[in-house]
Structure formats: structure tokens, C-alpha cells
Design a protein. Structure first.
Length: 95
């Protein structure tokens, strides 16, 4: 079976794997697409003597980890911005 066929056949399992770890549907879809891009770009790195599904799940794990890192960073930035805005608002209300 060809590489593209394997990737196509793996989509339902890959989607389920990602969705079981990222509960927001839109975010899970984004991570699925990012994973597919990496898998397509790393076609030459795939060792056909190994399990294709295990290989793409490994890539998906890295993409999920990157997503969670981005989300945490965004949450920290949001809290920081919120504190700054609140502080400015309180300073302005004292005037």
C-alpha cells in the first residue's frame, strides 16, 4: 500500500486519537491538519519496516504537546494582559 493511501486510511484513527486528547473540536481539527502536514513533509523519514500507524501517532503526540504548550503560553499572556488592564483601570479610577 502506498504512503498516501496509508495516510488516508489512517485518518479516522488519527482523528479519534487526537480528539481523545484535545476536547475542543476546532482545535483538534487544527492539530490533525498540522499532523498531516508534518507526516507529508517527513515521508522520506518513514521506515517502511515499522508500523505506519505507530509512526504517525508519534508525530501526533508531538503536535498535541506543541498545541498544549501554545495554549498554556496564550493563557499566561491573557492573564498578564488582564492584570495590566485591571491595574490601569484601577489607577484611572483613583484620579
Amino acid at each position: 500500500m502506498g504512503y498516501q493511501s496509508q495516510l488516508s486510511d489512517a485518518q479516522p484513527k488519527l482523528k479519534k486519537f487526537i480528539s481523545s486528547r484535545i476536547f475542543d473540536h476546532s482545535d483538534a481539527h487544527d492539530v490533525l491538519q498540522e499532523t498531516n502536514l508534518v507526516v507529508i513533509n517527513k515521508e522520506r523519514d518513514y521506515d517502511s519496516s515499522k508500523s505506519f500507524l505507530s509512526w504517525i501517532f508519534g508525530i501526533a503526540r508531538f503536535q498535541i504537546k506543541a498545541y498544549l504548550k501554545r495554549r498554556q503560553r496564550n493563557k499566561i499572556n491573557y492573564v498578564s494582559e488582564y492584570k495590566d488592564t485591571l491595574s490601569q483601570h484601577l489607577d484611572n479610577s483613583k484620579i
